[in-house]
Design a binder for this molecule. Structure first.
Ligand code: ADP
Ligand code: MG
Length: 253
């Protein structure tokens, strides 16, 4: 997409669980070539927002647009195929399966038919292409040598990287990462930030939830701050760092 065009635009997005307003009329956008951080205290509504954007949950009200197209109410699979890829706060890998098979699952989503039919009846050429792409993305996150390991045998931080590789296999326009740096060592966080900048520079916009403020401040172009379901502030990292309402939300409660 051309620079300046919104890849994601969320308008007055709302989600209630019974009497609880988990996401309260939130509006923000992610532009082409941007890394945007979605931050806020625990329970602020960040993961729920991801679930609304990716169709895992149905919104109670509001609108989600991807490159101008209204995707509100679309099923998760259709949103993924449009190019919205994600990882989960609680890693979702098929634990008994190899790392490379887990990564290839991301690519199967793009196939002509269902993942199940694809897994069972792919012709050899298509399957080879899928695994070539899976190996390429696994190398990109630095885990090439772990391709044949069982996913559950990797450290949690590495499992998060496998999820990122799987998401990249979808050839996304927008990548949503829920706490990607959790469980990573310092040097792994540095490598992850480097990877995400390269991913952005290759034309993939990124929206990420993360609690490690050094990581967030050093990586993101812009921040959206949520508190109690509502949008508290938006701005450049340097502005957000000295925003009194933001400091109050983190320290005052
Ligand atoms: P965050 O990711 O910012 O920590 P969440 O989006 O996970 O916050 O949660 C926001 C609020 O919504 C919390 O109060 C949480 O308990 C509540 N919540 C999240 N998912 C559900 C659900 N499926 N059912 C009921 N309440 C939920
Ligand atoms: Mg969360």
């Amino acid at each position: 997409p051309p620079k300046g065009e919104d890849v994601l635009r969320v308008s007055k997005l709302r989600k209630t669980f019974g009497g609880l307003v988990a996401v309260n009329d939130v509006s923000f956008s992610v532009g082409a070539g941007e890394i945007v951080g979605l931050i806020g205290p625990n329970g602020a509504g960040k993961s729920t927002s991801f679930n609304l954007i990716t169709g895992v949950l149905a919104a109670s009200a509001g609108e989600v647009r991807v490159r101008g197209e209204d995707i509100t109410g679309w099923p998760a699979r259709r949103i993924a195929r449009l190019g919205v890829a994600r990882t989960f706060q609680h890693v979702k890998l098929v634990h008994g399966m190899s790392v490379i098979d887990n990564v290839a699952l991301g690519r199967h989503l793009l196939g002509r038919a269902s993942a199940v039919r694809g897994a069972l009846r792919l012709d050899r050429e298509e399957e080879a292409a899928i695994f070539a792409e899976a190996h390429r993305q696994l190398a990109r996150v630095g885990l090439a040598e772990h391709a044949d390991a069982i996913a559950s045998e990797l450290a949690l931080g590495q499992q998060r990287l496998v999820e990122i590789a799987r998401a990249l296999c979808l050839d996304p326009v927008l990548l949503l990462l829920d706490e990607p740096a959790a469980g990573l060592r310092h040097n792994e966080k540095v490598a992850l930030a480097d990877l995400l900048r390269k991913v952005r520079d290759s034309g993939v916009s990124i929206l990420l939830v993360e609690h490690d403020m050094d990581f967030v401040m050093g990586l993101t172009d812009r921040l959206v701050v949520m508190n109690f379901g509502a949008e508290l502030a938006q701005g450049r990292p340097a502005e957000i760092q000295r925003n009194p309402a933001v400091l109050e939300a983190y320290l005052g409660s």
